[in-house]
Design a protein around this ligand. Structure first.
Ligand code: PMP
Length: 455
């Protein structure tokens, strides 16, 4: 190990606490110090090159070192680093808002910026709550509750955790959370209703409808990840689910919040996942890929009717009393504009079709492996669920750390992936060239065989 790597590793171990990481394990490992990015490759201080197989935790879109984004940030640095959006604006924030409204499904008209996905989710929840209080026609004030899905994930702040549905991450904090209604996950492989698609008629959506039917008077909004429950294990919804949820929300006068933090910006094959079913949410939450994976920025994009409910005279105090210091940060907004420019320059969405087709063909190979229970994808978001027993679908015991074994073997072959429990996740930058996608899949195949068939 080079002296420089050793020095940085020591600083890291002496002073840093890493997110979602068991530090006692981490301390015993040799850390990877990533210092450079080139296309879909990350390069460490030892000069080792790794394919960024999960887009640096689902944020990177076109790869690293994208000229459009690099240049946009550099140009912005020369004029303004930051000024507040509280009562004033800045050029990239305004220009980006126009572009986002142009891209978003028709009917979404206003953009509210925050920093991270979780903050933008908090904004959506608080806005929905305040919206009903201020609509002021009858009993709306009592619409204070939310419906969320089992296996859902919306970030780690307390509001977002309150509408989360992953016990491993969320149950510890239960005493701190507000209660929300939980509808079943759209998890076909392990259907919570014990049914089988398509014979089920997508009954999981009707379960959600049942909750609305019974409690609509107290429900402000349904919040969910459209088409893919990402952190829940890359769970892909059956077709028709989302549309039906929209219909139920309309029928019972409940807002629909779609959290596109993970699925947005082409991940599922379309700019936004809700486009697959022509669904327009009342609020759409964006984050992660918004800046192409360069800088923190998120947005809550809402319909005009919601915005209008917050208008009034100053002393009516209908203002949305919420804001973050770096809301609409010019550098982040410039990066996002560069990201959208890159989408145009490289025709990124059109180029995706071939890659998705290839990925789906290759994933079929994985299905045959003895410990692969389910393989699912929407676009370039893929999950490979490892099981102890294929027949009974018995999960690998978590302490076997099967997903991590796969990731460890992949790392040795120059691919960085991060599993979710027993689910091996592939979510490369959507701009990944075919050759690299091929390598990613070949390495994953070998790593899964190596980890699961060795004992
Ligand atoms: N929503 C979804 C669907 C996510 O996948 C995530 C992060 N994985 C978040 C919200 C939270 O975003 P952030 O980590 O930027 O707070």
């Amino acid at each position: 190990m080079k002296d420089r790597t050793k020095k940085l590793a020591k600083l890291d171990k002496d002073y840093l606490w890493h997110p979602f990481t068991q530090m006692s394990e981490y301390e015993g490992e040799e850390p990877i110090v990533i210092e450079r990015g080139e296309g879909v490759y990350l390069i460490d201080t030892e000069g080792r090159r790794y394919i960024d197989g999960v887009s640096s935790l689902w944020v990177n879109i076109h790869g690293h070192g994208v000229p459009e984004i690099d240049n946009a940030i550099k140009a912005q640095v020369d004029s303004l680093g930051h000024s507040t959006l509280l009562g004033a604006t800045n050029p990239p924030a305004a220009e980006l808002a126009e572009k986002l409204i142009g891209l978003a499904p028709d009917g979404l008209t206003k953009v509210f910026y925050s920093g991270d996905g979780a903050s933008a989710v908090e904004v959506a929840l608080k806005m929905a709550f305040q919206y009903w209080r201020q609509r002021g026609r009858g009993r709306e004030r009592e619409k204070t509750k939310f419906v969320a899905l089992q296996n859902g994930y919306h970030g780690d702040t307390l509001g977002a955790v309150s509408v989360g549905g992953i016990d491993l991450f969320h149950s510890t904090f239960a005493p701190l959370l507000f209660k929300s209604f939980k509808a079943p996950s759209y998890y076909c492989y392990r259907c919570p209703l014990g049914l089988k698609y398509p014979g089920c008629g997508v009954a999981c959506a009707d379960e959600l409808g049942g909750i609305l039917e019974e409690h609509a008077e107290e429900i402000a909004a349904v919040i969910m990840e459209p088409y893919v429950q990402a952190a829940g294990g890359m769970i892909v919804s059956p077709p028709g689910y989302l549309k039906r949820v929209r219909e139920y929300c309309d029928k019972y006068d409940v807002l629909l919040i779609l959290d596109e933090v993970a699925t947005g910006f082409g991940r599922t094959g379309k700019m936004f996942a809700c486009e697959h079913e022509g669904v327009v949410p009342d609020m759409m939450v964006l984050g992660k890929g918004l800046t192409g994976g360069y800088l923190p920025l998120s947005a809550t994009i809402v319909k005009q009717d919601i915005y209008d409910a917050f208008l009034g005279d100053y002393d009516e105090f209908k203002t949305f009393f919420h804001g973050h210091s770096y809301s609409g940060n010019p550098l982040s907004c410039a990066a996002a504009l560069g990201n959208l420019e890159a989408f145009e320059n490289y025709d990124t969405l059109a180029a995706l079709e071939e890659k998705i087709g290839y990925l789906e063909e290759e994933l079929k190979e994985l299905r045959g492996l003895s410990h692969v229970g389910d393989v699912r994808n929407k676009g370039l978001m893929a999950g490979i669920e490892l099981v102890d027993d294929k027949e009974t679908k018995t999960p690998c015991p978590l302490d076997k750390k099967m997903g991590w074994k796969v990731a460890g073997l992949a790392k040795e072959e120059g691919v960085l992936i991060r599993p979710l429990g027993n689910v091996v996740v592939l979510m490369p930058p959507i701009g990944i060239p075919m050759d690299d996608l091929k390598k990613l899949l070949e390495v994953t195949y070998r790593a899964i065989r190596g980890a699961t068939e060795e004992d």
